[in-house]
Design a protein around this ligand. Structure first.
Ligand code: COA
Ligand code: AMP
Length: 633
């Protein structure tokens, strides 16, 4: 069947479509009802279905005689380590960690926080938590103690799993002091902390609360899987929203397993013998879906990479991995290739490697600029597929559906809707946009299986953030336009979320930190164009009257505060002192106007602006500081 037919079927009869696709996975009991509304009047998929996600990722393949197939390849240029694990080996490691969690009293529905680097044990821990029906929440290592504390207080985990440290190129990141600090800040008390000691760094353990991973796992009894309902949560992943408090996106077992299998097959066009590599981090949705669950549920080999695209040791690392493991499908963020291209514009390192096993390269996390896309096409000679999705969906929403045949790629576009996703683009008056007219991107509710059913313990925020503004539609937070041939072009976030090197961050959260400095009267943080990272945050700060602090002093104080309270991942490196900020008469700061000025985009100041003369002042300052650069391509 063609893409057009499949897409049409998925939209005209979603229940039938997702019932048929539910047969892709091995249920212990097939769902009795495909789509229903729960007690909060929210749509849910697969009522009555019984399964276990860890069973689907491991046991099914072993039962099918594939126990000796390589499930995971660990390649760590930062520690000089390479290891391969068969499905049977992962299974026994996971059974033991599941036993360790059970021994610490973790039961079905309990939460486990995982704050760990890119090592195989992190994947084992996720699968072990899923095995016993508990709920994991993986926290990205680049977040500071305060961010971890926020997540601890929201998820209320019984156990926290961590490692002594990670390596950021030359810098050793010591995780344990961050964990200790976060547990001091958090109100919720975690009973047990298990620390994976790495060879290059030994962490101090607090007797009674902290345990050495190797010893407790060695003592643990291997534990089988627990049956869970389709609607039981598999994990919570926190993501940045438009306030200081991150949103706990819930992923439930049933819809997720179907979506993972479905997307591996149709979107990525994977074969079960493929080697799949998502160069991302476990802490992001990409890492959950396409380092761990998608490839394993589909029976592929997945690569775990602990390193950077450059400097570990050079800009040829990605090409080496493609050759060494004969990677068939590769997925990462465009920013990674911009970093490589900056160091090796001619692709000289690439020619040393044979990457002919590669069939497709997928990029996401930000729009792939045309120049990088063309450079990659030329270098790799495979289709380069820009595709759009969010933490909330957990899998692609606008993309080529590779298995159904490729339509021509249009650089700058992420393609056409994936089956199951129906879009509308509306202007500021809520009217349907015309072809090529930019507006707000909305998705028909309910979203397909796998997309978030709710936020953790916050139904009212779920309803107001996503469903409140346009009844019957999910508000994506992105701007977009659609051309005459039905291709979508994502134009960027229209809210206070920014994407820095493929990492999603909240400017509102940074503003909260800056506003807490005693010299700051008011502030705004906006994302501005950056050649490498796509966007970086800058702070615009109005000082309190009679403040004697110098511009350099305040800037360096704010950089340190954001690094300590949000984390280095925020990449906050610039704060400018301004006399005043543009505002409406009611006092709302006009961040979008400042963003447009910074990015050389056309803008129309609202008629309610307090004083229009502030805009040239901001423009002059951004020019003077060399911040006002224009995105190309
Ligand atoms: N633990 C601790 N610190 C971390 C971290 C982690 N897991 N990940 C990043 N950081 C730190 C970095 O060391 C850096 O600190 P610094 O300011 O002291 O240099 C800071 O956070 C910013 O990190 P990053 O944005 O990654 O910048 P970078 O200069 O180290 O690398 C890229 C730039 C483009 C090479 C890198 O961001 C990259 O490979 N991105 C790919 C994006 C990706 O994986 N996206 C996921 C979705 S597909
Ligand atoms: P995250 O939740 O971290 O995956 O970030 C999701 C956001 O990243 C989206 O809302 C978009 O703003 C942006 N994004 C992801 N993929 C793309 C893409 N292919 N093109 C443009 N923007 C993208």
């Amino acid at each position: 069947m063609s893409y057009e037919t499949i897409y049409k079927n998925s939209i005209s009869d979603p229940v039938d479509y997702w019932e048929k696709n539910a047969h892709l996975i091995d249920w212990f009991r097939f769902p009795q009802e495909i789509l229903y509304r729960d007690e909060d009047d929210l749509y849910r998929w697969y009522r009555g279905g019984v399964l276990n996600t860890s069973y689907l990722a491991l046991d099914v393949h072993i039962k099918n005689g594939k126990g000796d197939r390589i499930a995971l390849i660990y390649d760590s240029p930062v520690t000089g380590t390479k290891k391969k694990f068969t499905y049977s080996e992962v299974h026994s490691a996971v059974e033991r960690i599941a036993g360790m969690l059970t021994a610490f009293g973790v039961e079905k529905g309990d939460r486990v926080i995982i704050y760990m680097p890119m090592i195989p044990e992190t994947a084992f821990a996720m699968l072990a938590t899923a095995r016993i029906g508990a709920i994991h929440s993986v926290v990205f290592g680049g977040f500071a103690a305060n961010e971890l504390a926020l997540r601890i207080d929201d998820a209320k985990p019984k156990v926290l799993l961590t490692a002594s440290g990670g390596i950021e190129v030359q810098r050793i990141v010591s995780y344990k002091p961050l964990v200790d600090e976060s547990l001091k800040q958090a109100t919720h008390q975690v009973e047990n902390v298990v620390v994976f000691q790495r060879e290059f760094l030994k962490a101090d353990l607090l007797p009674g609360r902290d345990h050495d991973w190797a010893s407790v796992v060695a003592k643990a009894q291997p534990t089988g899987y627990t049956e869970v309902m389709a609607s039981d949560p598999l994990y919570i992943i926190y993501t940045s929203g438009t306030t200081g408090k991150p949103k706990g996106v819930v992923r439930e077992n049933g819809g997720h397993a179907v979506a993972m299998y479905y997307s591996m097959k149709h979107v990525y066009g994977a074969q079960s013998e493929d080697v799949f590599w998502a160069a991302s981090d476990y802490g992001w949705a990409v890492g959950h879906s396409y380092i761990v669950y998608g490839p394993l549920i589909y029976g592929c080999t997945s690569v775990i990479f602990e390193g950077k695209p450059v400097r570990t040791p050079d800009a040829g690392t990605f090409w080496r991995i493609l050759e060494e493991y004969q990677v068939n499908i590769f997925f990462t963020a465009p920013t990674a290739f911009r970093a490589i291209r900056k160091e090796d514009p001619e692709g000289r390192l690439k020619v040393r490697y044979d990457t002919s096993a590669l069939r497709h390269l997928f990029v996401a996390g930000e729009r792939c600029d045309v120049s990088t896309l063309n450079w990659l096409r030329e270098l790799l000679r495979v289709p380069v597929i820009d595709h759009w999705w969010q933490t909330e969906s957990g899998w692609p929403m606008i993309s080529q559906m590779t298995a159904l045949g490729l339509y021509p790629v249009k650089p700058g576009s992420s393609g056409k809707p994936v089956a199951g996703y129906e879009f509308r683009i509306v202007n500021e008056n809520g009217e349907e946009c015309r072809e090529n007219e930019e507006g707000v991107l909305l998705i028909k509710y309910p979203l397909p299986p796998g997309a978030l059913p709710n936020l953790w313990n916050d139904t009212s925020r779920f309803k107001s953030s996503y469903l409140g503004s346009y009844p019957g539609y999910y508000f994506s937070g992105d701007g977009a336009y659609r051309d005459a041939e039905g291709y979508f072009f994502i134009t960027g976030r229209i809210d206070d979320v920014i994407n820095v090197a493929g990492h999603r961050l909240s400017t509102a959260e940074m503003e909260e930190v800056i506003a807490s400095h005693r010299s700051v009267a008011e502030c705004a943080v906006i994302g501005v164009f950056d050649e490498l990272k796509g966007q970086v945050p800058i702070g615009l700060v109005v000082l309190k009257e009679n403040e004697s602090i110098s511009e350099d002093e305040i800037e360096s104080a704010l950089i340190t505060m954001i690094r300590n309270q949000i984390g280095p991942v925020a990449s906050f490196k610039k704060a400018l002192v301004v006399e005043r900020l543009p505002k409406t008469r009611s006092g709302k700061i006009l961040r979008n106007v400042m963003r447009a000025i910074a990015d050389h985009k056309a803008y129309r100041p609202p008629s309610t602006i307090q004083d229009i003369s502030v805009l040239p002042e901001i423009e002059a300052l951004l020019n003077q500081k060399g911040i006002r650069k224009s995105p190309n391509g």
